[in-house]
Design a binder for this molecule. Structure first.
Ligand code: ZN
Length: 184
């Protein structure tokens, strides 16, 4: 398998005389790893979901739930089409993931969402015992993680969630801004 990988590479394997600094002999000359970090790669899936929500006339927000490196749930904002005020992207991704692993608690999971979660979704993240939350853009009007409230930092709650923000935030924000611009 390794052999095929090597001969497929346009540059071929490197010879000891021409490999660039910082590269091990035998590694491809061109860095074939994607430029995106793992967080960004998963956020792109959430962005795909957000894009679909926008096409359906919903505010474009998407989420994806990862456990053990695998996608176990995906969700997009759908309160209008489902006539359900709780049909936020995060809730739908958590529901799908919990159903898949047949457990209402999801320790060790990571939830990716394009926009900072609201109060309800932050509550659901706590209920589900999500291990890590990664969000793209901040939501100054409704964010409950760092903007309006910092629920996950409240020491009175016993579950701790690791938080990372700003992942692909430009793309996440742009999608929302374009949606509202086109609706005006
Ligand atoms: Zn929400």
């Amino acid at each position: 398998m390794n052999f095929f990988k090597r001969i497929r590479h346009p540059e071929g394997p490197l010879s000891p005389g021409n490999f660039p600094a910082g590269k091990e002999y035998g590694e491809p000359a061109i860095d074939l790893r994607p430029l995106d970090s793992e967080d960004a790669q998963f956020m792109r899936i959430a962005l795909e979901e957000a894009g679909m929500a926008g096409k359906e006339g919903e505010v474009p927000i998407g989420a994806v739930l990862i456990l053990g490196g695998e996608v176990i749930g995906r969700g997009r904002n759908r309160p209008i089409s489902m006539a359900d005020p709780s049909a936020h992207a995060e809730i739908l991704a958590l529901r799908e993931g919990a159903a898949r692993v047949k457990n209402y608690r999801l320790p060790g999971s990571t939830l990716y969402v394009t926009l900072e979660p609201c109060v309800m979704c932050t509550g659901a993240i706590l209920q589900a015992r999500v291990g890590r939350l990664v969000f793209g853009a901040e939501d100054p009007k409704g964010g409950a993680v760092s903007s309006l409230f910092s629920l996950l930092e409240d020491p009175r709650l016993n579950h701790r969630v690791e938080v990372a923000s700003g992942i692909l935030q430009e793309e996440c924000r742009e999608l929302l801004q374009r949606f509202f611009r086109e609706r005006r």
